[in-house]
Design a protein around this ligand. Structure first.
Ligand code: SAH
Length: 362
């Protein structure tokens, strides 16, 4: 369903207001000769009342609204399309000011990511495209175009909340791009989403998923925020993992698992491994056993995700029985796992697919 197609001007952008921390906004308002408490009023309009324009901020004087309009950008993303899948997963295609396209998904309940079913999870993107070229993923087909800034990450959540009317209480950074390759913007956005003056989403309700950038996992372990870590493993030996994830050449399993160890021990928190099941590629019972051993050593949970076919790629998901058998072997190792029969298959919820269709309609 097209909402509105506007082409934004990429030039002459003011400061993105949704990239700012509270003290930074207060400092900027001070320069505009406004008292510090105005920052709280503005933030309330943005994050609590979800104002769609500075014009709506009616408890601010007309003169101040004018100044805000001249100094800041309010919207960093612009909804082009939403699509509903039959299972209520809702997918959004957003346009950025330079006309780039990104995708965001609203998932009402995701067994396996957290326990409660009364959750509204948003899956956010962090880059336009992706540089890592995992062979099963649509996001990396055309490489990476650029990093998202913090406002573009924050605004995906705000827009999904507004368009869906659902209060978001869970975030998974599993959309397009590699979040840890855009570390500073990611952390800034997550701090804003977590802040009491921002969206107030608990750090424990935020999961960052990575292809396994070893130095960044260590850096993340040292952050004060208690974020959840998910690592996309997808292969339990170097030969299998390397075949589907080129990043494994740079950070082989030994180094990756040492970084995971460091994260788990520094944070004193459980982590998760994601494991896509692709028929004949990484679904052997031997891989299941090796994965069981890895997860046991790290006391990690495993999310098994049957491969979601991507157009133009020949792979397929294993039969259901094979997936169950794989899961059973993990159980024998004492590993808790979920077998996530992918939600939203009928709207191409696998990363990057909606964007590709939009860019290359057939
Ligand atoms: N770069 C990060 C985050 C984006 S991908 C990372 O690699 O973790 C996040 C997840 O998307 C992957 O772990 C995988 O679970 C899922 N994914 C990507 N392509 C998929 C496909 N074709 N089928 C099923 N899941 C897919």
């Amino acid at each position: 369903m097209p909402i509105r197609a506007t082409l934004w001007s990429a030039v002459d952008r003011n400061t993105e207001i949704k990239s700012l921390f509270r003290d930074e906004l207060a400092a900027q308002l001070d320069r505009l000769r406004e008292p510090a408490y105005r920052a709280d009023q503005v933030l309330q309009w943005i994050y609590e009342k979800q104002a769609g324009s500075f014009e709506e901020m009616t408890n601010l004087s007309a003169a101040l609204r004018e100044k805000l309009m001249d100094s800041f950008e309010l919207d960093a993303v612009h909804a082009l399309k939403t699509r509903n899948a039959t299972d209520t997963t809702e997918k959004f295609l957003f346009q950025l000011h330079d006309h780039s396209l990104i995708e965001t998904v609203l998932i009402p309940a995701t067994p396996g990511l957290t326990s409660s079913s009364d959750r509204h999870t948003v899956c956010v993107s962090t880059q336009v495209g992706c540089a890592f070229g995992c062979t099963f993923c649509a996001s990396g087909l055309e490489g990476v175009k650029r990093n998202l800034n913090a406002a573009e990450i924050v605004d995906q959540v705000l827009h999904v909340q507004k368009l869906s009317g659902e209060k978001v209480n869970n975030i998974v950074v599993m959309g397009m791009g590699e979040p840890l390759a855009n570390y500073d913007n990611l952390m800034r956005a997550l701090r804003i989403l977590n802040a009491p003056w921002g969206l107030g989403i608990g750090a424990r309700k935020i999961t960052v998923s990575t292809v396994g950038l070893v130095p960044r996992i260590k850096q993340l372990a040292e952050e004060p925020m208690q974020l959840r870590l998910a690592v996309s493993l997808h292969g339990a030996t170097d030969d299998v993992r390397e075949r589907i994830m080129p990043v494994n050449k740079k950070y082989p399993l030994k180094e990756l698992l040492a970084a995971c160890d460091y994260y788990v021990n520094t944070k004193k928190r459980m982590m998760t491994f994601e494991y896509i099941l692709i028929a004949g590629i990484n679904d052997s019972l031997e891989q299941a056993q090796k994965l069981g051993m890895i997860a046991k050593r790290l006391r990690a949970k495993v999310n098994l995700i049957p491969y979601n076919p991507v157009e133009g790629m020949l792979w397929r998901r294993p039969e259901r029985d094979r997936c169950k058998m794989f899961q059973h072997i993990l159980k024998q190792h004492g590993i808790a796992s979920t077998l996530r029969m992918e939600k939203g298959t009928d709207i191409n919820a696998a990363c990057g697919q909606l964007r590709l269709q939009h860019e290359k309609p057939d």
